[in-house]
Write a protein that binds this ligand. Structure first.
Ligand code: ADP
Ligand code: G6P
Length: 467
């Protein structure tokens, strides 16, 4: 994909700031190309920004000089430069080896390195400076995610005229974990620079308010924190997807025929179990492979009854934990295929690549069972995308209790991914769920996501910010 480059000069009423832009530059020969950026933040925000005139400030995904501001698919992009060293310390280090594991229940040990902290402060300032350059007088800046928690206070210092929102896409940890962070007070003060601090769940908002009262001068209740003479709202705003877009895709003749093609290729007589995740250790991909392997071993199901398709998006491949995870998962897939496969019939199909939304929709449509088994996840949009594509109310969503989505999607088959026997039993149940029971569970899920789509989410947040 190539980006249309038109330099942007005028200031914006609404400025979005996140580490990533919606597209990132990929080095290719003879020339670089632009691809859609990975992850839920970009999937969720893109349709919102396409419907509102605004500017998106973020990193273009490669180290070095920032490309000039450009417009792409209706969004004005304002790239921020990160050098190779910035990427190592700010992005791979503090963001993804300190904060990411700490905020996800420390499912991997967080690393606390002083040499990553100062680059984090420096790069947060760089994002804040660009945001204040492009925002109009009395405009709104909406900052996103764990990479940029100091930005709200930095913007307030430079531009007290603007309204500042912050939304955390990942979980916000409980006190017992957050207190480990050597820079905990600085992070909390950074977030308190916002007028509204939004979280995926009520628990996240509660954790934040408690910590703010304990480590800063903030007083008051969660929805009404008082800090330095200002009122700050800390609330849950569960993020969602563009439901209509997925429904339309799933009902289009091209996608339905593509989905039939998948079914034929995989074996029309077999039930299809699907997993779609960024290749991240929080997603519980290994656990679901283990449960599937045990189910095959038990003889309760076999190669001719079902097939597992696991799509794994390449992610953070320069970080050691991610490289190790990749080789572990790929070895595991090989082990299961070696143990149960037959010529021309494979128990696990594994795709390690980005797919267009159309291909994902066709897979969601083909899948009888969707496995979403993270150990911890802020929301998990894949679960909502599956539900959006099931326009005939069939199909079964197996969903980890430890996702933000589980709070809303309570009629899914909820599982504790730490309980291997329970997960194995849930997959078995899902494979044999009568169609009436599938409908009974799917209908409320569909009703809910149709009411609370991503446009509703953005409206709620921006309304709270106007108050
Ligand atoms: P996270 O933000 O942690 O990656 P989410 O489930 O919230 O997890 O969001 C993932 C997003 O990435 C979804 O919108 C999903 O459609 C998209 N996605 C997942 N796998 C792929 C893939 N292989 N190719 C393209 N998009 C993908
Ligand atoms: C999660 C985070 C996003 C991030 C995405 C992809 O969704 O909440 O902020 O952009 O993962 O990760 P990456 O490191 O590739 O940006």
């Amino acid at each position: 994909m190539t980006a249309l480059r038109t330099p942007v000069k005028e200031s914006s009423q609404i400025v979005i700031v996140s580490n990533r832009l919606p597209v990132h530059r990929v080095k290719r020969s003879p020339e670089d190309v632009w691809e859609i950026s990975p992850g839920g933040l970009v999937s969720a925000l893109t349709p919102v920004l396409q419907s509102k005139p605004s500017t998106w400030v973020g990193w273009a995904g490669v180290a070095g000089k920032a490309p000039a501001p450009f417009e792409h698919e209706g969004i004005r992009n304002h790239p921020v430069a990160l050098s190779k060293k910035d990427v190592e310390a700010f992005y791979e280090g503090f963001s993804n080896r300190t904060l990411w594991p700490l905020y996800h229940d420390a499912v991997r040990p967080p690393e606390y390195r002083r040499r990553w902290w100062w680059p984090y402060v420096k790069i947060n300032r760089r994002f804040a400076e660009i945001a204040v350059e492009v925002v109009a007088q009395k405009g709104t800046v909406w900052v996103h995610d764990y990479h940029l928690q100091l930005v709200p206070a930095m913007i307030r210092e430079m531009r007290p005229d603007v309204r500042i929102g912050f939304f955390m896409h990942i979980p916000f940890p409980p006190q017992e974990l957050f207190v480990q962070l050597p820079w905990r007070r600085r992070i909390l003060e950074g977030l308190l620079g916002a007028d509204v601090v939004g979280f995926q769940t009520r628990l996240g908002a509660q954790n934040f308010a408690r910590l703010a009262r304990r480590f800063t001068n903030a007083t008051g209740s969660r929805e009404n924190l008082q800090y330095e003479g200002r009122r700050i709202v800390s609330e849950a705003f569960p993020i969602s997807i563009d439901v209509e877009r997925f429904e339309k895709l799933a009902q289009s003749p091209e996608i339905t025929s593509r989905s039939r093609e998948f079914r034929t290729k995989l074996g029309a007589d077999r039930k299809i179990i699907l997993g779609v995740d960024r290749l991240d250790y929080t997603k519980g991909i290994d656990i679901r492979l283990r449960a599937y392997q045990e189910l095959l071993r038990s003889g309760k199901t076999n190669l001719n009854d079902c097939v597992l398709v696991q799509v794994a998006t390449p992610s953070r491949q320069r970080v050691a934990e991610y490289r190790e995870l990749r080789s572990h998962i790929e070895q595991f897939v090989g082990e299961i295929n070696g143990e149960f496969g037959e010529l021309g019939r494979t128990p696990v199909h594994y795709l390690h690549r980005n797919l267009p939304a159309e291909e994902l929709a066709a897979l969601y449509l083909a899948a009888d069972v969707m496995l979403v088994t993270p150990l911890r996840d802020g929301m998990n949009l894949v679960a909502k995308e599956y539900v959006a594509c099931r326009t005939d109310d069939s199909g079964t969503l197996v969903l980890s209790e430890f996702t933000g989505s589980a709070e809303e999607l309570s009629s899914a088959l909820l599982v504790n991914p730490h309980d291997l026997d329970g997960l194995e039993a849930a997959i078995d149940t899902a494979l044999h769920l009568p169609i009436e029971e599938q409908h009974r569970r799917m209908r409320p899920l569909r009703r809910l996501i149709k009411r609370h789509d991503v446009f509703y989410w953005a409206d709620m947040f921006l309304k709270a910010l106007k108050r």
